[in-house]
Design a protein around this ligand. Structure first.
Ligand code: TYD
Length: 317
């Protein structure tokens, strides 16, 4: 995934920020960086994250998500164990996904921190494996680790391979909206800044060796979200109501498509006092406005390689 420097503009002049381009699988490089920067805390978000890509190219997912995580863990272990205080005051926080829990039925049940792992896609299998490695480093070496499993995120700067930014862009340009299957799958959506607040809170106040689920109690059927997106884009662009409903195009379902995800985040609410700040309608409005106002960003990330990838992905659908 190409790094988009536009995503980092807000923070580029902050004194406590430094960008280093490095492959997380480069163990030697990562170890040297940790030593040079005297790293005492790691928030590990680096991952291949798109299910459709993982179906086409599982090797890349195993490499980045599993071996990359292992390389970070090994480097942190080597560096922290070389210090006199060892793991004292250190923290390795691994960001994961609700997809490791598998799929729920349409029966109102929720994923809790105790739900057993049952990943179905190469993506979720790779994330599940990386979660196990993180916990193993706590259990085996005493590394102070934390894992969180979050539901689907949405908001500004999301790469347009994911449903919400992809569809906003397609509606704007009146391109077909490829709805997998019948559009009845359910996802639990969280505004990205609410996730970011949760990460900040958990990094500072979460308990070592714990798992926290993060989610907004905000379940939506894909087709219902798509209709909200169409209505919002059309309204903001001054198009007649329902003008773009005909863009909805039902296509072959995603292989192994998980029916429903829904997170029980009560532990995080109860123990650390976090709760989502935005209602979905408000978050969607903000998100659609952001993409419509940032067409240049979209054009940059959708040019070149992405275009080829996108055409290849949807060939024959
Ligand atoms: P996505 O954004 O890929 O997230 P995830 O697979 O991690 O949940 O997809 C969200 C839902 O939207 C999922 O049920 C698949 C569906 N979807 C489509 O119907 N069409 C699309 O083009 C995409 C990208 C997703």
């Amino acid at each position: 995934m190409p790094v988009s420097f536009a995503n980092l503009k807000d923070i580029e002049n902050k004194p406590n920020y430094k960008f280093v381009k490095m492959d997380i699988c480069d163990f030697e490089g990562v170890l040297k960086l940790m030593q040079d920067e005297k790293v005492d805390g790691i928030i590990h978000l680096a991952a291949e994250s798109h299910v459709d890509r993982s179906i086409k190219d599982p090797f890349t997912f195993a490499k980045t998500n599993v071996m990359g995580t292992l390389s970070l863990l090994q480097a942190a272990k080597a560096y922290w164990e070389s210090l006199p205080e060892k793991y004292e005051g250190k923290r390795f926080y691994h960001i994961s996904t609700d997809e490791v829990y598998g799929a729920l039925k349409m029966d109102g049940t929720l994923f809790t921190e105790e739900t057993k792992y049952q990943p179905h896609s190469p993506y979720s299998a790779a994330k599940a494996s990386s979660d196990h490695f993180v916990r193993a480093f706590h259990d085996t070496f005493g590394m102070p680790t934390i894992v969180t499993n979050c539901s689907n995120n949405y908001g500004p700067y999301q790469f347009p391979e994911k449903l919400i930014p992809l569809f906003i862009n397609n509606i704007r340009h009146r391109k077909p909206l490829p709805v997998y299957g019948k559009g009845e799958n359910i996802r639990d959506w969280l505004y990205v800044e609410d996730h970011a607040r949760a990460i900040d809170l958990i990094f500072h106040e979460g308990k070592v060796a714990e798992t926290y689920n993060i989610g907004g109690f905000n379940e939506w059927k894909n087709i219902d979200i798509i209709k909200v997106l169409i209505a919002t884009v059309d309204r903001l662009l001054g198009r007649p109501e329902g003008a773009d409903l005909d863009l909805i195009t039902y296509v072959t379902d995603r292989a192994g498509h998980d029916l429903r995800y829904a997170i029980d985040s009560r532990k995080l609410q109860r123990e650390l006092g976090w709760e989502p700040s935005l209602q979905f309608e408000e978050g969607i409005e903000k998100t659609v406005r952001w993409y419509l106002e940032n067409q240049e960003w979209m054009d940059n990330v959708t040019s070149g390689d992405y275009q080829k990838y996108y055409e290849e992905m949807y060939k024959g659908r």
